[in-house]
Design a protein around this ligand. Structure first.
Ligand SMILES: *Cc1c(COP(=O)(O)O)cnc(C)c1O
Length: 378
Protein backbone atom coordinates (compact mmCIF):
# COMPACT_ATOMS: atom_id res chain seq x y z
CA UNK A 1 0.00 0.00 0.00
CA UNK A 2 1.53 3.34 -0.98
CA UNK A 3 -0.02 6.62 0.04
CA UNK A 4 1.26 10.07 -0.67
CA UNK A 5 2.72 10.98 2.69
CA UNK A 6 2.90 14.65 1.80
CA UNK A 7 -0.82 15.00 2.27
CA UNK A 8 -1.01 13.34 5.65
CA UNK A 9 -1.16 15.75 8.60
CA UNK A 10 0.82 14.20 11.45
CA UNK A 11 0.38 12.45 13.71
CA UNK A 12 -2.40 10.55 11.95
CA UNK A 13 -3.83 7.05 11.89
CA UNK A 14 -4.60 5.91 8.38
CA UNK A 15 -6.93 2.93 7.98
CA UNK A 16 -6.72 1.06 4.68
CA UNK A 17 -10.20 0.18 3.49
CA UNK A 18 -9.04 -2.65 1.22
CA UNK A 19 -7.10 -4.31 4.03
CA UNK A 20 -10.03 -4.07 6.42
CA UNK A 21 -12.13 -5.74 3.75
CA UNK A 22 -9.54 -8.51 3.29
CA UNK A 23 -9.57 -9.21 7.03
CA UNK A 24 -13.35 -9.24 7.06
CA UNK A 25 -13.43 -11.67 4.12
CA UNK A 26 -11.21 -14.13 6.02
CA UNK A 27 -13.43 -13.87 9.08
CA UNK A 28 -16.56 -14.21 6.99
CA UNK A 29 -15.19 -17.43 5.50
CA UNK A 30 -15.29 -18.94 8.99
CA UNK A 31 -18.93 -17.96 9.41
CA UNK A 32 -19.80 -19.47 6.04
CA UNK A 33 -17.92 -22.71 6.65
CA UNK A 34 -19.14 -23.36 10.18
CA UNK A 35 -22.34 -21.36 10.66
CA UNK A 36 -20.86 -19.64 13.70
CA UNK A 37 -21.66 -16.02 14.53
CA UNK A 38 -18.92 -13.38 14.70
CA UNK A 39 -19.00 -10.10 16.62
CA UNK A 40 -16.55 -7.18 16.46
CA UNK A 41 -14.98 -6.43 19.87
CA UNK A 42 -15.23 -2.65 20.22
CA UNK A 43 -12.66 -2.78 23.00
CA UNK A 44 -9.98 -3.31 20.35
CA UNK A 45 -11.27 -1.28 17.43
CA UNK A 46 -14.11 1.23 17.50
CA UNK A 47 -13.47 3.35 14.41
CA UNK A 48 -17.13 3.79 13.63
CA UNK A 49 -16.65 5.53 10.31
CA UNK A 50 -15.71 2.15 8.81
CA UNK A 51 -18.57 0.18 10.40
CA UNK A 52 -20.50 0.38 7.12
CA UNK A 53 -18.00 -2.18 5.73
CA UNK A 54 -19.29 -4.75 8.24
CA UNK A 55 -23.03 -4.25 7.97
CA UNK A 56 -24.85 -7.36 6.90
CA UNK A 57 -21.62 -9.40 7.11
CA UNK A 58 -21.39 -9.92 10.86
CA UNK A 59 -24.24 -9.87 13.38
CA UNK A 60 -23.01 -7.10 15.65
CA UNK A 61 -20.60 -6.02 18.34
CA UNK A 62 -19.36 -7.26 21.67
CA UNK A 63 -19.05 -4.49 24.22
CA UNK A 64 -17.79 -4.03 27.74
CA UNK A 65 -19.44 -0.86 29.05
CA UNK A 66 -22.48 1.37 28.65
CA UNK A 67 -20.58 3.70 26.34
CA UNK A 68 -19.52 0.85 24.08
CA UNK A 69 -23.04 -0.60 24.17
CA UNK A 70 -24.47 2.74 23.01
CA UNK A 71 -21.87 3.07 20.26
CA UNK A 72 -22.55 -0.49 19.14
CA UNK A 73 -26.31 0.11 18.87
CA UNK A 74 -26.04 3.59 17.41
CA UNK A 75 -23.23 3.18 14.89
CA UNK A 76 -23.07 -0.54 14.13
CA UNK A 77 -26.61 -1.77 14.70
CA UNK A 78 -27.43 -5.45 14.86
CA UNK A 79 -26.83 -7.35 18.06
CA UNK A 80 -24.97 -6.02 21.08
CA UNK A 81 -23.44 -8.65 23.36
CA UNK A 82 -22.41 -7.15 26.68
CA UNK A 83 -19.87 -8.48 29.13
CA UNK A 84 -18.27 -6.68 32.05
CA UNK A 85 -16.54 -7.88 35.21
CA UNK A 86 -19.26 -6.05 37.18
CA UNK A 87 -22.29 -3.92 36.32
CA UNK A 88 -23.34 -0.73 38.06
CA UNK A 89 -26.75 -0.59 39.69
CA UNK A 90 -27.34 2.91 38.26
CA UNK A 91 -26.59 1.77 34.70
CA UNK A 92 -28.38 -1.55 34.50
CA UNK A 93 -31.65 -0.12 33.12
CA UNK A 94 -29.78 1.45 30.23
CA UNK A 95 -27.56 -1.57 29.72
CA UNK A 96 -30.68 -3.67 29.34
CA UNK A 97 -32.03 -1.22 26.78
CA UNK A 98 -28.93 -1.31 24.57
CA UNK A 99 -28.01 -5.00 24.83
CA UNK A 100 -29.29 -8.20 23.24
CA UNK A 101 -27.18 -10.57 25.27
CA UNK A 102 -25.78 -9.88 28.74
CA UNK A 103 -22.98 -12.03 30.10
CA UNK A 104 -22.42 -12.03 33.85
CA UNK A 105 -19.03 -12.50 35.43
CA UNK A 106 -20.24 -14.17 38.63
CA UNK A 107 -23.30 -15.80 40.14
CA UNK A 108 -23.60 -12.93 42.59
CA UNK A 109 -23.89 -10.47 39.69
CA UNK A 110 -26.41 -12.75 37.98
CA UNK A 111 -28.51 -13.08 41.12
CA UNK A 112 -28.34 -9.35 41.75
CA UNK A 113 -29.61 -8.35 38.31
CA UNK A 114 -31.62 -11.34 37.04
CA UNK A 115 -35.03 -9.92 38.03
CA UNK A 116 -34.31 -6.56 36.38
CA UNK A 117 -33.21 -8.27 33.20
CA UNK A 118 -36.13 -10.68 33.14
CA UNK A 119 -38.66 -7.88 33.73
CA UNK A 120 -37.39 -5.82 30.83
CA UNK A 121 -39.26 -6.32 27.59
CA UNK A 122 -36.12 -6.81 25.59
CA UNK A 123 -35.98 -10.59 25.62
CA UNK A 124 -32.42 -10.45 26.78
CA UNK A 125 -30.47 -13.62 26.49
CA UNK A 126 -28.21 -14.19 29.52
CA UNK A 127 -24.90 -15.98 29.89
CA UNK A 128 -22.20 -16.65 32.45
CA UNK A 129 -18.48 -16.19 31.82
CA UNK A 130 -16.43 -19.15 32.97
CA UNK A 131 -12.73 -19.25 33.65
CA UNK A 132 -11.31 -22.43 32.10
CA UNK A 133 -8.13 -21.92 34.17
CA UNK A 134 -6.14 -22.75 31.08
CA UNK A 135 -4.24 -20.33 28.89
CA UNK A 136 -1.13 -19.95 26.83
CA UNK A 137 -0.88 -16.18 27.22
CA UNK A 138 2.65 -15.46 28.35
CA UNK A 139 2.26 -11.87 29.56
CA UNK A 140 0.41 -11.75 32.88
CA UNK A 141 -1.09 -8.33 32.17
CA UNK A 142 -2.99 -9.93 29.28
CA UNK A 143 -3.70 -13.37 30.77
CA UNK A 144 -7.38 -13.76 31.77
CA UNK A 145 -6.51 -17.04 33.52
CA UNK A 146 -3.60 -15.73 35.58
CA UNK A 147 -3.48 -16.72 39.23
CA UNK A 148 -6.24 -15.00 41.18
CA UNK A 149 -7.95 -13.77 37.98
CA UNK A 150 -11.29 -11.97 38.44
CA UNK A 151 -12.37 -12.80 34.89
CA UNK A 152 -15.00 -15.53 34.94
CA UNK A 153 -16.29 -18.21 37.29
CA UNK A 154 -13.98 -21.12 38.01
CA UNK A 155 -15.38 -24.64 38.17
CA UNK A 156 -15.01 -24.64 41.98
CA UNK A 157 -17.24 -21.55 42.22
CA UNK A 158 -19.80 -22.66 39.63
CA UNK A 159 -23.36 -22.87 41.00
CA UNK A 160 -25.19 -25.28 38.76
CA UNK A 161 -28.39 -24.85 40.76
CA UNK A 162 -28.57 -21.15 39.89
CA UNK A 163 -28.51 -21.63 36.13
CA UNK A 164 -32.22 -21.15 35.51
CA UNK A 165 -32.52 -18.34 32.96
CA UNK A 166 -28.96 -18.75 31.69
CA UNK A 167 -28.75 -19.79 28.04
CA UNK A 168 -25.07 -19.58 27.31
CA UNK A 169 -21.50 -19.77 28.52
CA UNK A 170 -18.70 -17.43 27.59
CA UNK A 171 -14.97 -17.85 27.95
CA UNK A 172 -12.11 -15.65 26.82
CA UNK A 173 -8.61 -16.92 27.51
CA UNK A 174 -6.69 -16.14 24.32
CA UNK A 175 -4.56 -13.21 23.28
CA UNK A 176 -2.94 -13.42 19.87
CA UNK A 177 -3.16 -17.24 19.84
CA UNK A 178 -3.38 -19.72 16.98
CA UNK A 179 -6.13 -22.35 16.65
CA UNK A 180 -4.08 -25.13 18.27
CA UNK A 181 -4.45 -23.23 21.55
CA UNK A 182 -8.19 -22.94 21.01
CA UNK A 183 -8.29 -26.69 20.43
CA UNK A 184 -6.58 -27.25 23.79
CA UNK A 185 -8.94 -24.79 25.46
CA UNK A 186 -11.98 -26.56 24.05
CA UNK A 187 -10.75 -29.86 25.48
CA UNK A 188 -10.38 -28.28 28.93
CA UNK A 189 -13.72 -26.47 28.68
CA UNK A 190 -15.39 -29.73 27.61
CA UNK A 191 -13.91 -31.68 30.50
CA UNK A 192 -14.86 -29.06 33.06
CA UNK A 193 -18.15 -27.67 31.80
CA UNK A 194 -19.30 -30.22 29.17
CA UNK A 195 -22.41 -31.36 31.08
CA UNK A 196 -23.51 -27.78 31.57
CA UNK A 197 -22.85 -26.85 27.94
CA UNK A 198 -25.22 -29.59 26.82
CA UNK A 199 -28.00 -27.64 28.56
CA UNK A 200 -27.04 -24.35 26.90
CA UNK A 201 -28.11 -22.74 23.61
CA UNK A 202 -24.82 -21.00 22.82
CA UNK A 203 -21.17 -20.81 23.77
CA UNK A 204 -19.06 -17.73 23.12
CA UNK A 205 -15.38 -18.60 22.53
CA UNK A 206 -14.26 -14.99 23.20
CA UNK A 207 -11.62 -13.17 21.16
CA UNK A 208 -7.86 -13.33 21.00
CA UNK A 209 -7.69 -15.55 17.93
CA UNK A 210 -5.24 -14.11 15.39
CA UNK A 211 -7.42 -15.29 12.52
CA UNK A 212 -6.11 -12.80 9.97
CA UNK A 213 -2.40 -13.14 10.73
CA UNK A 214 -0.20 -15.12 8.34
CA UNK A 215 0.25 -18.66 9.61
CA UNK A 216 -3.09 -18.85 11.39
CA UNK A 217 -4.63 -22.27 10.81
CA UNK A 218 -8.17 -21.45 9.72
CA UNK A 219 -8.96 -25.07 8.80
CA UNK A 220 -8.20 -26.14 12.34
CA UNK A 221 -10.40 -23.37 13.74
CA UNK A 222 -13.29 -24.36 11.49
CA UNK A 223 -12.94 -28.06 12.29
CA UNK A 224 -12.99 -27.30 16.00
CA UNK A 225 -16.03 -25.06 15.77
CA UNK A 226 -17.94 -27.64 13.73
CA UNK A 227 -16.99 -30.49 16.06
CA UNK A 228 -17.99 -28.47 19.13
CA UNK A 229 -21.36 -27.55 17.63
CA UNK A 230 -22.00 -31.17 16.79
CA UNK A 231 -20.93 -32.57 20.14
CA UNK A 232 -22.86 -30.12 22.30
CA UNK A 233 -25.70 -28.95 20.04
CA UNK A 234 -24.99 -25.29 20.65
CA UNK A 235 -24.53 -22.16 18.58
CA UNK A 236 -20.92 -20.91 18.58
CA UNK A 237 -20.02 -17.23 18.78
CA UNK A 238 -16.58 -15.66 18.25
CA UNK A 239 -15.76 -12.09 19.22
CA UNK A 240 -12.34 -11.10 17.87
CA UNK A 241 -11.19 -7.49 17.91
CA UNK A 242 -7.61 -7.39 16.79
CA UNK A 243 -8.21 -9.79 13.89
CA UNK A 244 -10.52 -7.26 12.17
CA UNK A 245 -7.93 -4.49 12.28
CA UNK A 246 -4.72 -6.51 12.03
CA UNK A 247 -2.18 -4.86 9.73
CA UNK A 248 -4.91 -2.70 8.20
CA UNK A 249 -3.56 0.72 9.04
CA UNK A 250 -0.63 2.83 10.11
CA UNK A 251 0.31 5.75 12.32
CA UNK A 252 2.13 8.43 10.34
CA UNK A 253 4.37 10.72 12.37
CA UNK A 254 7.00 13.43 11.73
CA UNK A 255 10.49 13.95 13.10
CA UNK A 256 10.46 17.08 15.30
CA UNK A 257 14.05 17.04 16.46
CA UNK A 258 17.22 14.98 16.39
CA UNK A 259 19.62 15.05 19.32
CA UNK A 260 22.50 13.05 20.67
CA UNK A 261 23.18 11.50 24.08
CA UNK A 262 25.40 8.45 23.60
CA UNK A 263 23.06 7.54 20.77
CA UNK A 264 21.16 9.50 18.14
CA UNK A 265 17.62 10.22 19.27
CA UNK A 266 14.78 11.29 16.99
CA UNK A 267 11.87 12.98 18.74
CA UNK A 268 8.59 12.37 16.94
CA UNK A 269 5.22 14.09 17.08
CA UNK A 270 3.58 10.92 18.33
CA UNK A 271 3.99 9.37 21.75
CA UNK A 272 4.38 5.76 22.83
CA UNK A 273 2.55 6.27 26.14
CA UNK A 274 -0.24 8.43 24.74
CA UNK A 275 -0.79 7.00 21.25
CA UNK A 276 0.33 3.36 21.35
CA UNK A 277 0.26 2.35 25.03
CA UNK A 278 0.74 -1.35 24.17
CA UNK A 279 4.27 -0.55 23.01
CA UNK A 280 5.05 0.34 26.61
CA UNK A 281 2.71 -2.12 28.37
CA UNK A 282 3.19 -5.28 26.33
CA UNK A 283 5.97 -4.28 25.53
CA UNK A 284 6.57 -4.58 21.81
CA UNK A 285 8.34 -2.75 19.02
CA UNK A 286 6.22 -1.80 16.00
CA UNK A 287 7.43 -2.32 12.44
CA UNK A 288 8.49 0.88 10.65
CA UNK A 289 8.22 1.05 6.88
CA UNK A 290 11.67 1.13 5.27
CA UNK A 291 13.55 0.78 8.57
CA UNK A 292 14.87 -2.20 10.51
CA UNK A 293 14.39 -3.17 14.14
CA UNK A 294 17.95 -4.53 14.04
CA UNK A 295 21.19 -2.75 13.16
CA UNK A 296 20.79 -3.81 9.54
CA UNK A 297 21.19 -0.25 8.12
CA UNK A 298 23.95 2.26 8.92
CA UNK A 299 21.92 5.02 10.65
CA UNK A 300 20.63 4.02 14.05
CA UNK A 301 18.18 6.15 16.05
CA UNK A 302 16.19 5.79 19.18
CA UNK A 303 12.66 6.96 18.32
CA UNK A 304 10.91 8.69 21.19
CA UNK A 305 7.81 10.74 21.96
CA UNK A 306 7.56 14.44 22.82
CA UNK A 307 6.18 14.00 26.37
CA UNK A 308 8.07 14.47 29.65
CA UNK A 309 7.95 10.78 30.57
CA UNK A 310 11.47 9.36 30.45
CA UNK A 311 10.10 6.04 29.20
CA UNK A 312 8.16 7.50 26.27
CA UNK A 313 10.30 5.48 23.88
CA UNK A 314 9.22 3.50 20.83
CA UNK A 315 12.54 1.74 20.34
CA UNK A 316 15.78 1.70 18.39
CA UNK A 317 15.71 1.36 14.62
CA UNK A 318 18.19 1.56 11.81
CA UNK A 319 17.56 3.49 8.59
CA UNK A 320 19.32 3.34 5.19
CA UNK A 321 19.63 7.16 5.16
CA UNK A 322 20.11 9.70 7.94
CA UNK A 323 16.83 11.10 9.29
CA UNK A 324 16.10 14.78 8.73
CA UNK A 325 13.81 17.17 10.54
CA UNK A 326 10.31 16.93 9.08
CA UNK A 327 10.79 13.41 7.73
CA UNK A 328 7.67 11.31 7.88
CA UNK A 329 7.84 7.93 9.56
CA UNK A 330 5.22 5.23 9.17
CA UNK A 331 4.53 2.88 12.09
CA UNK A 332 2.74 -0.20 10.82
CA UNK A 333 -0.20 -2.21 12.19
CA UNK A 334 -1.46 0.61 14.40
CA UNK A 335 -5.26 0.43 14.29
CA UNK A 336 -6.12 -1.92 17.15
CA UNK A 337 -5.79 -0.99 20.80
CA UNK A 338 -4.58 2.50 19.89
CA UNK A 339 -7.47 4.91 19.21
CA UNK A 340 -9.52 3.17 21.92
CA UNK A 341 -6.76 3.49 24.51
CA UNK A 342 -5.30 6.89 23.70
CA UNK A 343 -4.97 9.66 26.22
CA UNK A 344 -3.96 13.32 26.19
CA UNK A 345 -1.06 12.98 28.64
CA UNK A 346 1.02 16.17 28.68
CA UNK A 347 -1.82 17.79 26.75
CA UNK A 348 -0.48 16.52 23.47
CA UNK A 349 -3.11 16.20 20.79
CA UNK A 350 -4.61 12.90 19.81
CA UNK A 351 -3.56 11.78 16.31
CA UNK A 352 -5.97 12.59 13.50
CA UNK A 353 -7.93 9.72 11.96
CA UNK A 354 -8.01 9.08 8.21
CA UNK A 355 -9.19 6.42 5.83
CA UNK A 356 -7.55 5.53 2.57
CA UNK A 357 -9.13 3.64 -0.30
CA UNK A 358 -7.74 2.90 -3.76
CA UNK A 359 -10.72 4.58 -5.30
CA UNK A 360 -11.11 7.68 -3.15
CA UNK A 361 -7.57 8.19 -1.89
CA UNK A 362 -6.94 9.74 1.50
CA UNK A 363 -9.75 11.20 3.57
CA UNK A 364 -8.92 12.76 6.94
CA UNK A 365 -12.16 12.26 8.84
CA UNK A 366 -11.27 13.53 12.27
CA UNK A 367 -8.82 15.98 13.78
CA UNK A 368 -8.65 16.83 17.47
CA UNK A 369 -8.38 20.23 19.08
CA UNK A 370 -7.90 21.97 22.39
CA UNK A 371 -11.64 21.48 23.03
CA UNK A 372 -11.21 17.69 23.06
CA UNK A 373 -8.46 17.98 25.65
CA UNK A 374 -10.35 20.51 27.75
CA UNK A 375 -13.64 18.62 27.67
CA UNK A 376 -12.14 15.81 29.74
CA UNK A 377 -11.03 18.15 32.50
CA UNK A 378 -12.76 20.69 34.66
C1 LIG B 1 -10.30 -8.32 24.65
C2 LIG B 1 -11.48 -9.14 24.47
C3 LIG B 1 -11.90 -9.53 23.18
C4 LIG B 1 -11.14 -9.19 21.92
O1 LIG B 1 -9.85 -9.70 21.97
P1 LIG B 1 -8.83 -9.59 20.70
O2 LIG B 1 -7.55 -10.07 21.28
O3 LIG B 1 -8.79 -8.17 20.31
O4 LIG B 1 -9.36 -10.46 19.65
C5 LIG B 1 -13.06 -10.28 23.09
N1 LIG B 1 -13.76 -10.64 24.18
C6 LIG B 1 -13.38 -10.28 25.44
C7 LIG B 1 -14.20 -10.69 26.59
C8 LIG B 1 -12.23 -9.53 25.62
O5 LIG B 1 -11.85 -9.19 26.86
Amino acid sequence: MTINLKNVPTPCYVAYEEKLKENLAKIDEIQKRTGCKVLLALKAFAMFSVFNLYKGKIVGTCVSSLNEAKLGKEKFGGEVHLYSAAYREDEIDQLVRYSDKIIFNSFSQWNKFREKVKKSNNNIDCGIRVNPEYSKVKIELYDPCCKGSRLGVTLAEFHEKELEGINGLHFHNHCGNNSDVLEETLKVVGEKFGDIIKKMKWVNFGGGQSITEPGYDIDRLCNNISAFKKEYGVEVILEPGEAFAYDAGVLVTSVLDIMHNDIDIAILDCSAVAHMPDVVEMPYKPIITGASKEKEFPYVYRLAGPTCLAGDIIGEYSFPQPLKLGDKIVLEDMLQYTMVKNNTFNGINLPSIAIHSEEKGLNVIKTFTYEDYKSRLS
